[in-house]
Write a protein that binds this ligand. Structure first.
Ligand SMILES: [Zn+2]
Length: 292
């Protein structure tokens, strides 16, 4: 890509430390899990070493590499064995400027269930992320992993690795990290709506189409398209979400109403009304005094 501005070495190292701290604080990684990389020239990246917590890294620990795997600069520790997957992503898609890999608990649970994230349920996930396929299992650190992700690096923004974790990339390292955040959020909502709440209204094909137009305008040309619903089911206001719960809403079975239009209380309604009127008059009198 011509006229592309890459981060300086210093900027890239700082950004890797910052993303590492955030990944650790957000519980996306435990112990020494995860790895991060940032491109600083068309064939060079900075990346994280093996065997350190991403929450406690220093600049001296980081490793500079060429995309062919040659190490240009390092501290006492070698690069992570999973850097192979980062290098492959950069090879497959030269637009990629940063890659993050972590084991966020909900994404990892979907990856263990063998489920991709692909429901059209809310705009941000659809626009910034699209769908997130779950690629087949390969042993962490093996050559199988880069081979498993390769077919997806141009057409998607993030992947789940079966029984392992999450991988995301972007034009910059921050964009890659935000996608990692976004996919964990997406997975959380899919879990609530699918497995805890047990219901999700999917966006209709027209609604998805409109969001895809926005995505295109934002310059996001990858991301996949989730399946959509034939017709919109979200065009009516929901004013009575607990239909059927006694006293909350009109009951579907007995027709008893409560909630918004509450039935008058059975005991001494008139006296209560009088009390309210008396309190109101007292408050108004006090206000009038204050204003004089
Ligand atoms: Zn991993």
């Amino acid at each position: 890509m011509q006229n592309r501005r890459y981060p300086t070495d210093q900027e890239a190292r700082q950004e890797i430390l910052e993303v590492g701290r955030r990944m650790y604080m957000k519980n996306f990684v435990a112990a020494n899990d995860g790895n991060i990389s940032c491109k600083v020239a068309s064939d060079q990246i900075w990346t994280t070493p093996t065997g350190v917590s991403k929450g406690f890294m220093t600049e001296k620990m980081l490793v500079k590499m060429r995309l062919d795997g040659t190490i240009l600069s390092m501290g006492e520790l070698k690069p992570s064995s999973e850097v192979k997957m980062h290098l492959r992503a950069y090879h497959e898609n030269p637009e990629i400027g940063g890659v993050t890999h972590a084991h966020p608990p909900i994404c990892t649970s979907f990856a263990i269930a063998g489920l991709g994230l692909d429901k059209a349920i809310y705009p941000e996930a659809l626009v910034n992320l699209g769908t997130v396929p779950c690629v087949h299992y390969e042993t962490p650190g093996s050559q199988g992993i880069p081979d498993s992700i390769a077919p997806y690096c141009r057409d998607y923004n993030a992947l789940l690795l079966a029984n392992h974790g999450a991988l995301s990339w972007g034009k910059s390292l921050m964009e890659a990290f935000f996608r990692l955040e976004a996919m964990e959020h997406y997975a959380l909502i899919l879990m609530y709506t699918g497995n805890v709440i047990g219901q999700a209204r999917e966006l209709s094909c027209d609604q998805v189409q409109e969001l895809l137009g926005i995505r295109e305008k934002l310059g996001i040309h990858a991301g996949g398209i989730p399946p959509c619903a034939d017709r919109a089911t979200n065009l009516k206001d929901v004013v009575c979400p607990n239909r059927g719960v006694a006293g909350a809403c009109p009951c579907g079975r007995c027709g008893r109403t409560g909630g918004v239009k509450a039935a008058p209380p059975p005991a001494a309604p008139a006296a209560q009304g009088d009390d309210l009127e008396r309190i109101k008059r007292a408050v108004l009198a006090r206000l009038a005094e204050k204003m004089q």
